[in-house]
Design a protein around this ligand. Structure first.
Ligand code: GLN
Length: 187
C-alpha cells in the first residue's frame, strides 16, 4: 500500500513514521512530480493551513490533489489538513479543497488554550487521547457526514465517503488505531 504524505510544511514525519510502522509504503509529496498515479491514500498533515495552501498553489500541486480527492482517493486530514478539506471556514475567508461538507472554525479554542489533551470516545475505535494544537473544531456538518467524535459539544472527528477529518493530532499520540482505521478505509 502506497501512501502519499503532503510534505510541504508541518507535521508530516510523524504520520510517515506511524504509517511505516504499520507496514505502509510512504512517499513524501514535496512537488508535483511526486504525485504518482499509483497512490492508494493521501495524508494532509497538521501545520499552518495558510502556508500549506499557498505552497500547494505555488508548487502547482493543488488541482491534481483536489481531483484525486474528488475521484475517491482515501485521505486522512489532521488539523490544518482538515481546514484544507473543509467546504466552509466560519472565521476565515480563505477556501482550499472544499471537498468535505463541513463548517470549520480555525484556532477555535483561542490562544490561551493553544495546546491541550482530552480523552474522548471515537466511534468504532473507543477512547482515544486527543492532542489539540491551536486546533480548529467543526461547527456544522451536512447530513451525510458521519460524526465520529466530539469534545465538549464540538466535533473533532468526521468521516465522509473517502475522507477522514480530524481536528487533533493522532500522529503524535502513542496510539496507531486511527492510522490503522485509515488503512482499513483503503482496503
Ligand atoms: N492553527 C492552524 C491553522 O489554522 C492549524 C494548527 C495545526 O495544524 N495544529 O492552520
Amino acid at each position: 500500500m502506497k501512501i502519499g504524505i503532503l510534505a510541504v510544511q508541518g507535521a508530516f514525519i510523524e504520520h510517515e513514521n506511524m504509517l511505516s510502522s504499520l507496514g505502509a509504503e510512504c512517499v513524501e509529496l514535496r512537488k508535483k512530480a511526486d504525485i504518482s498515479d499509483d497512490l492508494d491514500g493521501l495524508v494532509l498533515p497538521g501545520g499552518e493551513s495558510t502556508v500549506q495552501g499557498k505552497l500547494l498553489n505555488e508548487l502547482d500541486m493543488f488541482n491534481i490533489l483536489k481531483d484525486k480527492i474528488k475521484s475517491g482517493l482515501p485521505v486522512m486530514a489532521t488539523c490544518a489538513g482538515l481546514i484544507l478539506l473543509s467546504e466552509t471556514l466560519s472565521n476565515d475567508d480563505r477556501r482550499y479543497f472544499q471537498t468535505l461538507p463541513v463548517t470549520t472554525r480555525r484556532n477555535a479554542y483561542g490562544r490561551q488554550l493553544g495546546s491541550f489533551k482530552r480523552t474522548s470516545n471515537i466511534e468504532g475505535i473507543g477512547n482515544f487521547e486527543m492532542v489539540f494544537i491551536r486546533a480548529p473544531y467543526i461547527e456544522a456538518v451536512s447530513d451525510d457526514v458521519e460524526v465520529l467524535a466530539s469534545v465538549d459539544d464540538h466535533i473533532t472527528a468526521v468521516r465522509y465517503k473517502n475522507q477522514l477529518g480530524l481536528t487533533f493530532h493522532p500522529e503524535i499520540a502513542d496510539d496507531a488505531r486511527l492510522h490503522q482505521y485509515f488503512l482499513s478505509m483503503i482496503e
